[in-house]
Design a protein around this ligand. Structure first.
Ligand SMILES: C[S@@+](CC[C@H](N)C(=O)[O-])C[C@H]1O[C@@H](n2cnc3c(N)ncnc32)[C@H](O)[C@@H]1O
Length: 324
């Protein structure tokens, strides 16, 4: 008897209950999911919005759009999909003047993307070097690895991968590509491993020595930090007073940006510290709802190891000036 297995890669939404609790989507609300992916968070939000609510979903990946079509047919709220960079999507919504109750980002890549071997996101499978979230984009990982100069490579490995061996690895990549271009993820992993002395390789224990470099190349290919920097103020400004914002980050480069952004919004007086009384009249715009970033429980990580580095921060928009 043949057993048919559904091989469609699934994505389990991370910190989903916590995101719902902190953003509390309510019937009739308008919500924006900036990173639709497989729609796990979006489905939970849509259920709470009900038939009077509106859910706008954004993702730059056509595979996410196909998932969105399935979700749209099943939920009661009004739905809309924008296939574009979320910063561009948020700018478009701002131009339309859409007032929003809930906006959230679940950063990074989905399991659908990592597990689609041919897309070259993973160091665990040998595949062409690609890593584009939007396959229509020109820049791919092959171009970064083979065309960026040694200094640029070392810089992204250090800045985006926080890899202490950045210079060594960049040197080895450039040495190898002089002989012939590095075409696959497997060849990139070999270059990284060859760059590291045995003692350093052993120091990774259960981790993979290519993890940081793959993260760095992916961030560079997709301009991830630029998009996040552009998106944060746009997302925040869409919110009406009382609206809720949340972001789930998967590494410190993202989390630091979100944390700093929310801390700036939560600041009241911005007078110099030696002023005896406040003269600035600056009011806080945000109530931060997560003192420390919320991490997944041990139970969630046991069920979904990919949740391990997820960190959730959330805030509520306060009324200021005339709105108050
Ligand atoms: C972690 S997944 C989201 C998973 C989703 N929350 C779920 O429950 O299925 C991140 C998604 O964001 C998308 N993405 C990342 N950066 C983006 C950007 N700058 N613009 C648009 N989409 C982006 C990726 O293509 C990916 O599908």
């Amino acid at each position: 008897m043949a057993i048919l297995l559904d091989m469609t890669p699934v994505h389990i939404p991370v910190l989903a209950g916590e995101l719902i609790d902190l953003t509390s989507p309510a019937p009739g609300d308008t919500a924006v999911d900036c990173t639709f992916g497989a729609g796990g968070h979006a489905r939970l939000v849509a259920e709470r919005l009900g038939p009077a609510g509106t859910l706008v979903c954004i993702d730059r990946d056509p595979a996410a759009e196909a998932r969105f079509d399935e979700l749209a047919a099943e939920v009661a709220c009004e739905t809309r999909f924008l296939r574009m960079d979320y910063a561009d999507g948020l700018a478009l919504l701002a131009e339309e003047g859409l007032p929003v109750d809930v906006v959230y980002l679940d950063l990074g890549i989905s399991s659908m993307q990592v597990d689609a071997r041919e897309r070259g996101f993973s160091y665990s499978y040998d595949a062409p070097l690609d890593m584009r979230m939007d396959p229509g984009q020109e820049l791919d990982a092959r171009a970064v690895v083979n065309e960026w100069d040694e200094r640029q490579l070392a810089q992204i490995f250090r800045r985006y991968g926080e890899d202490q061996n950045a210079r060594r690895i960049a040197r080895e990549v450039v040495r190898r590509r002089r002989r012939s271009p590095i075409e696959t993820t497997g060849e990139l992993v070999e270059a990284i491993e060859a760059a590291l002395p045995a003692a350093v390789r052993r120091s990774f224990g259960g981790g993979h020595p290519a993890k940081r470099v793959f993260q760095a190349v992916r961030i560079a290919v997709n301009g991830e930090l630029d998009s996040l920097d552009r998106a944060l103020p746009l997302a925040w400004n869409l919110l009406r007073p009382g609206g809720r914002f949340a972001a789930i980050s998967f590494h410190s480069l993202e989390d630091r940006r979100v944390k700093r952004f929310l801390a700036e919004r939560a600041r009241g007086c911005i007078c110099p510290p030696d002023f005896p009384v406040c003269v600035c009249g600056h009011e806080p715009e945000a109530e931060v709802l997560t003192g420390r970033a919320v991490a997944p429980t041990a139970g969630e990580v046991a069920q979904n190891p990919r949740a391990k580095s997820g960190r959730l921060r959330a805030a509520r928009r306060l009324a200021t000036g005339d709105e108050a």
